[in-house]
Design a protein around this ligand. Structure first.
Ligand code: AMP
Length: 208
């Protein structure tokens, strides 16, 4: 089975996707990371994508679908995937559903639920390793990355204005996608406002 992970920014999707991928042998497609790679390649398209991302807006569906189709086509036969950060709007949902159907891939949605207040609190306090891009929550006390000893910095799009835009985009555009998958009984829901281990074990129990 393939999984599509949903959650407001700051819900811990990135952290949980690593646990799930390891536990269930899934490949991860992280849309934001794929787009950050494109944004830093120095191409004309990359520079356009970079400006859109820094403002906290959504990159065009055309660009996103091209990247995801390319990822799927390069997968080894029979490899299941955890998709993170797609689909984020109804037009992406239509194209994503059509792509999955044409590739013969079934999927279940997973929603890590947190409140808007909690998302705001987490986003304004998290840091990112400038080297390996690991994300560290507010309670991480170190000055350096625990994985590679890199310098910790804030994400370019974790400014108060860009955070507001991203949360509003989630509420306006992604929540209708979540509601649609819930109505199709295609969504597993877990409480994201508990310890990292608590979220992981609830996820594993519900997927299990
Ligand atoms: P994330 O790392 O998931 O918070 O994504 C960072 C940024 O990448 C977002 O604010 C958007 O600018 C862009 N992005 C990520 N996923 C998508 C998507 N499915 N469609 C359009 N833009 C996206």
């Amino acid at each position: 089975m393939n999984y599509v992970l949903f959650g407001m920014q700051g819900s811990g999707k990135g952290t949980q996707s690593k646990f799930l991928a390891e536990k269930f042998g899934l490949a991860i497609f992280e849309t934001g990371a794929a787009l950050r790679a494109l944004a830093s390649d120095g191409s004309e398209l990359g520079n356009k994508v970079k400006a859109i991302m820094e403002a906290g807006n959504l990159v065009s569906t055309e660009v996103v679908m091209e990247i995801i189709a390319d990822f799927i086509h390069k997968l080894p036969e029979g490899q299941s995937v955890l998709f993170d950060g797609i689909p984020r709007s109804k037009d992406q949902q239509e194209q994503f559903d059509a792509l999955m159907e044409s590739e013969g891939l079934n999927f279940t949605g997973i929603l890590i639920e947190i409140s808007e207040d909690e998302a705001l609190r987490r986003l304004t306090t998290r840091r990112l390793c400038s080297s390996c891009k690991s994300v560290f929550p507010a309670f991480y006390e170190g000055d350096k990355c625990e994985n590679c000893d890199g310098e910790l910095t804030t994400r370019k799009d974790d400014t108060p204005d860009a955070i507001r835009v991203r949360l509003d985009t989630f509420l306006e555009k992604t929540v209708p996608v979540i509601e649609a998958y819930k109505a199709q009984e295609k969504m597993i829901i877990v409480n994201g406002e508990q310890s990292i281990e608590g979220v992981t074990s609830e996820l594993i129990n519900k997927i299990g």
